[in-house]
Every structure is written in C-alpha cells, then in structure tokens.
Design a protein around this ligand. Structure first.
Ligand code: PEP
Ligand code: MN
Length: 277
C-alpha cells in the first residue's frame, strides 16, 4: 500500500506546527483555552487578559457553533470573528476557531490563526480539501465515533491537498454511559504517537462534559504524551451560553496551568510560556 503522508515513517521526525507564539509538537506542552462560544467583547477581554497573565499563547472560542438543536444558540457569526480579531490584537494571542462549512473558509481567513474542524465535520471531505489548500494550520478534531484509521484518513485529506500544518485533537468518543459526555480515549493518544508524526492535543472538556473532570483528565493527557490541551474556560462558567456544565473558571484554569507544568516537567518537558514557542 501507498505510504500515507500522515504515517510516522513518511518523515524523519515529528511535525511541528506554529500557531502564533505556540509551537505544537515542539519540546513544550501547549495549552489553549477559552469559552465554548464567543458571547461578547467583554467576556473575551476577561478571558484574553487571564490567558496573557498565564502565558497561554492561544485562545479558543466559537463564532459558528455546530449545535445539536437548530433552536439552540448558533454563535455570533461574523460579529464573533470580529471580537476574536480584536482580542488577538489587544493581547497578542493566536486565535483558534471553528468553521462549520465550506462557505466560511474564505471569509474567516483574516480573523483566525488556525482553523478548527469540529468532530461533526471530521469527514466533511469537501471542507477538508478546501482547508488543504489554505496556508493556515488546521486543528482537526476526532469524529464522535471515528476509528484512528478514519481520523488519520481525514488528516490525510488535508496533507494530500497541500497543507502540512495539521494538529490532531482527541476529544472523546461515543459510548454507552451518560456519566460522562464521551469517553476520553487516552490510549488513542499513545497509539497515535506511534502511528503519526503529527502533533496531537487533547480536549478534556468535550470528552468529559463535567468541569470537575477537566483538570485530572488534562493532567493524564499530558502524562501519556499529548502535545497540549484545549479546554473550555469562562469568566462565569454556569452562565455560559453553551456547554456550561464543562466550562472551568479562570481560577481553575490558573490551577490547571500550574498542575500541567508539573506533569510536563515529570515527562521531561515544560508548559510553554508566551515567549517560549
Ligand atoms: C468545540 O470545540 O467547540 C466543539 C464543538 O467540539 P467538538 O467538535 O469536539 O464537539
Ligand atoms: Mn463546547
């Protein structure tokens, strides 16, 4: 069989993907944080200031939300992108944000530093082909029930279309127990590290669906070798317009950063500071 571009043996070493000041897949562990949805400039300023204070280089926040119900908040759209761009400028943070359709690839380009492809779009092949033709990195989330072969196949679409800057994200897979929103597949992290040279981060927020489980899951992800984590954090977690149950407070985020640095050190790494890269 033809050697896949995602295959670890297709390259001499790990792929490193730069997003603003962050280098994913480099020597340091990267944290990304921010709310599920961009709700207001004020909300994002509070989050941006905390990220800046903590040395977190990338902010997340959805302007286009893939919601289960069409009646649920769908995101602020272009207004949300404008808020993100303002936060990027004000705090020198890189912006990672999801686009949910092909028609958003071009209009969103100037507002973001990294496109996010959500779990529900992991096998949206026209979208993957279009993003493969872009010169900005892509954060590709694992589908709700995707095998690792399917996950890597989706990443292969991006690479085959010409975009080498792909970051994988394990965000939990569907199972039978409603105690957690999904099942965080930590062994997939270790297995993917054997299979591919691409950087890989973990989203303990969507994986667990409960704020109490986010910190221990993030620590475990770093311990098993993830290159970083992406977490949902909000100035008033209970008031989040989407995914309120899994949002952590900004003080919990501060505690998480300290804990993750300790775990990173235990595995021979550091948590990247803003100037680290
Ligand atoms: C998100 O990160 O905002 C999101 C919707 O996650 P997922 O696609 O993993 O469900
Ligand atoms: Mn969310």
């Amino acid at each position: 069989m033809h050697l896949m571009l995602t295959d670890k043996n297709s390259r001499p070493g790990p792929t490193q993907v730069r997003v603003g000041h962050a280098l994913f897949g480099g020597p340091d562990v990267i944290a990304v944080a921010g709310p599920c949805s961009v709700e207001s400039l004020e909300q994002m300023r509070i989050v941006g200031q905390r990220l800046k204070d903590l040395g977190i280089p990338c902010i997340r926040g959805g302007a286009f939300k893939p919601r289960t119900s069409p009646y649920a908040f769908q995101g602020l759209g272009l207004e949300g992108l404008e808020i993100l761009a303002e936060i990027r400028r004000a705090f020198d943070l890189a912006v990672i944000t999801e686009i949910v359709g092909l028609e958003q690839v071009e209009p969103a380009y100037d507002y973001l530093d990294c496109y996010q492809v959500g779990a529900r779009n992991m096998q949206n092949f026209p979208l993957l082909k279009a993003l493969g033709g872009q010169d900005k990195p892509v954060l590709l989330k694992r589908g709700l029930a995707a095998t690792l072969e399917e996950f890597l196949g989706a990443a292969e679409y991006l690479l085959a279309a010409g975009n080498p800057n792909v970051i994988l994200c394990e965000r939990g897979i569907r199972s039978f127990d409603p105690q957690t929103r999904n099942v965080l597949d930590l062994v997939a992290v270790a297995r993917l590290k054997e299979l591919t040279h691409l950087p890989l981060i973990v989203d303990p927020s969507h994986a667990t669906g409960r704020r109490s489980l986010v910190l221990p899951s993030a620590a475990a992800a770093v311990a098993i070798g993830a290159d970083g984590v992406i977490v949902e954090a909000h100035p008033q977690p209970e008031a989040s317009v989407s995914d309120a149950d899994q949002a952590i407070s900004l003080d919990d985020l501060t505690a998480m950063i300290r804990q993750l640095d300790a775990v990173a050190i235990a595995t021979g790494r550091r948590l990247a500071a803003l100037t680290g890269g």
